[in-house]
Design a protein around this ligand. Structure first.
Ligand code: PLP
Ligand code: SF4
Length: 451
């Protein structure tokens, strides 16, 4: 991956010659003025983009700019909303604070304003920093997270960026250069040791950032030792490279080596799941994106798709139905529809839970059973992954029917429970128990676990 920055012209969409390597060119907040198609924005809009990009991470590559965004549809284009900062992503008072500081021209004032606004944006949702951090021999391992028995998450330190950044990313705090906030493992050996000490673990989820920004040889150094572990049945890799940089699987220098590594994993008898992050069917349209899927599947790896439901990007049933249907046709299994988490620019992207469920249901109604495999809408909250199963009326009370898909206590899984209907709620903590009960069934136990 080589990074260069030059002014790029808009090109015609064309069928890519898969044999020809494409250079990876990326733009960050400091290079906004070098992105040619942005020059059509007026000065005020560009200033607003500078303000937001100083608070939230910004990084976009040339493939996304040229092949995924339809610049005639800007600002409504979903991939533009997915990758480019918009004024509304900061609350008006936060925006004004940083805008004033930027106009003042004083660096310290600006840095102070940026730091305060970031802190106000709940950088560590669901207790990510305090909870779920495992220990080996009494020592905390920062690069691991173990919340649900069967799956341990691993954040290799070289994989803590992405080929582009999503404006809504719940891991945004990892990308803003604050080392305290990063969860990154320096040593592969600790992961193996930890797994061996925990026989309940069957799955490793390698995540980031995007672990596929790593060179194959680094990824191999993490994965190969795991293949010797009998207890490990599945290796998952969480990635948005199929969207943001499909060349990773096709024409990058070490693309063939990556696919060989995937074959090695399946040949060792493990299930390899590429957990692909998709938000919109447009990500699946370019021929290079389809070629990448085809090559990954040819290794024996399975691709499962997940992503959040987001205002301004995909908050309608037709787009979800088309996304799931396209996935099935390409051999990708729809897996999760998430609710946007309570962090970062959530107020811009959030969708009320009631609306989210209607979108999910209306999308399901449009597709055959093969495309109805996505669970959701699901909230990755502190007590667990909570799915909105439906909205109904029981003895005259309108309620949400909920269930745990995953729980901090595995015994909570699949138990239905009920919350008072609330058409504005966007997260679990806005919900109250139904039927006059004073708490949800899991609350005492959760408190006993340390909150
Ligand atoms: C979602 C998630 C998992 C995996 O859950 P599955 O339902 O098995 O896909 C594991 N750990 C954490 C922290 C998660 O959020
Ligand atoms: S690809 Fe994933 S980790 Fe990277 S910015 Fe997007 S949501 Fe965040």
């Amino acid at each position: 991956m080589q990074e260069t920055n030059t002014v790029i012209p808009l090109r015609e969409h064309h069928d890519t010659d898969f044999g020809e390597p494409r250079r990876f060119k990326v733009y960050t907040a400091r290079q906004l003025d070098k992105i040619e198609p942005l020059q059509r924005l007026d000065e005020e809009a560009r200033f607003a983009m500078d303000v937001v990009a100083s608070v939230l991470p910004f990084r976009v590559n040339e493939y996304v700019i040229e092949e995924l965004i339809d610049w005639d549809k800007v600002p409504d284009d979903p991939i533009y909303q997915l990758t480019f900062p918009q004024k509304g992503m900061l609350a008006p008072e936060h925006f004004e604070r940083v805008a004033d500081a930027m106009r003042s021209g004083d660096k310290d004032t600006l840095n102070q304003a940026i730091a305060e606004v970031r802190e106000a944006l709940n950088p560590h949702p669901a207790g990510q920093m305090e909870h779920n951090i495992p220990q080996v021999d009494g020592e905390r391992i920062n690069g691991l997270q173990h919340k649900y028995d069967e799956t341990v998450l691993f954040f290799p330190s070289q994989g803590q960026v992405c080929h582009s950044y999503c404006t809504f990313c719940f891991r945004w705090a990892q990308f803003i250069g604050d080392n305290d906030l990063k969860i990154a493992a320096k040593e592969a050996g600790q992961l193996k040791k930890y797994i061996q000490a925990h026989p309940e673990i069957t799955d490793v989820l390698i995540t980031g950032g995007d672990p596929l920004v790593m060179k194959t040889k680094n990824l191999r150094a993490h994965i190969e030792p795991l293949l010797e572990l009998e207890q490990l049945r599945t290796i998952r890799i969480g990635s948005k490279a199929l969207t943001f940089w499909p060349y990773r699987f096709v024409s990058d220098n070490d693309a063939a080596d990556l696919l060989d590594l995937f074959r090695e994993v399946t040949a060792a008898g493990k299930h390899l799941a590429l957990m692909a992050h998709y938000n919109h069917w447009k990500e699946l349209e370019p021929s290079i994106a389809r070629e990448a899927i085809r090559r990954v599947r040819a290794t024996g790896a399975q691709i499962r798709a997940q992503g959040p439901l987001l205002a301004h990007i995909n908050d309608n049933a037709d787009d979800w139905a088309r996304l799931w249907q396209s996935q099935v046709e390409l051999g990708v299994v729809p897996y999760y529809m998430f609710v946007e988490r309570d962090t970062g620019a959530r107020h811009y992207f959030e969708v009320p839970l009631a609306k989210a469920w209607h979108i999910y249901r209306d999308a399901m109604k449009q597709v055959s059973g093969l495309a109805r495999t996505a669970r959701g809408p699901s909230m990755s909250s502190h007590p667990g992954k909570v799915e909105i199963q439906g909205i109904t009326e029981i003895h005259g009370e309108k309620v949400f029917v909920l269930r745990f898909i995953q729980g901090r206590n595995p015994d909570w899984v699949q138990r239905p429970f009920f919350a008072k209907y609330n058409d504005e709620a966007t997260w679990l903590n806005h919900l109250e128990p139904a039927f006059g009960e004073d708490k949800f069934f899991f609350e005492d136990e959760l408190a006993a676990m340390g909150g």
